[in-house]
Design a binder for this molecule. Sequence first.
Ligand code: TYM
Length: 337
Amino acid sequence: QDRVFSGIQPSGGLTLGNYLGAMRRFVDWQDRGLKEGFETIFCMVDLHAITVWQDPAALRRQTRELAAAYIASGLDPEKSILFNQSQVPEHAQLAWIFNCVARMGWMQRMTQWKDKAGKNSQNASLGLFAYPALMAADILIYHATHVPVGEDQKQHVELTRDIAAKFNHDYGQDFFPLTEPVIEGTATRVMSLRDGTKKMSKSDPSDMARINLTDDADAIANKIRKARTDPEALPSEAEGLEGRAEARNLVTIYAALAGTDVDSVLRDFGGRQFSEFKPALGELAVEKLAPISTRMAQLMETPNEIDRIIGRGAEKAREIAEPILKDTYELVGMIRS
Ligand code: TYM
């Protein structure tokens, strides 16, 4: 039985990368799930967020804002399960078991750990190190089979397979599915607007490097106008983007927003200068993103309603998670009386 799970950290503003690489694809999966009869489950991973310090009031606001962004992007709490990770304690419970299954060496190889902990890893939280085991628990507590993510999460989903395989081997049962990372679509890695070799990220010190889902039309147009490019005109074929990281990124963003591909964008804009392309991209971005930020702002006016929706989501999630945790405890040899 197929089941789709994915999550996003409420650890700051949401970027165009989160939208194109994740949220918008979640909506496609929701619709496919409805048609083909499988469940889709999307989470605000607040337990992951606190692996680096979060101000409590900001965490609460960002968690609601992420819920609002999910809904504003087209996720429907009647069609998908939308909830907050810490409201389903089974995630943390299964994560403990996975902490005992996963090996230190596996965690040490994670590039996100290496990037985030940096040279000063002695000062990183223990939670940051164990982060991927909690992520595996998020996925496997629902026996999810497909996990749509951006390129940067591939290694973590692959580790989830390793954890599932080792658990199944250690306890002699084909209990957890070997999950597939699903990395598809035009924009699986949206790059910084200031440096085409760096990922667009909510933690980039420069706000000009990213488009936030809460940016207004002027900010979006301005950031695209100021985006770094080279002096050449756009090529008429994709091969012409070779070695032109910034140009490739802007064309890719255009294609993803327009719902087409890079080749078709270049058929329209090949031979044109960035002075023509950037305003067109700015206009398209505003057209696609403004309705989302407007709807988000509306939803944020009634935080109690958001809390009610995600509370209900957590109940539905627990109905699936509880029996799977129970079976896991059983396999591990823990008394349930
Ligand atoms: P997070 O919160 O960093 O990002 C959420 C999702 O957005 C994608 N993404 C991007 N895609 C394309 N271009 C970009 N520049 C870009 N930046 C971010 C990410 O790939 C991700 O899909 N560990 C996860 C959250 C998580 C999770 C899970 C995901 C926790 N448990 C279980 C899937 C399943 C994370 O930090 O994502």
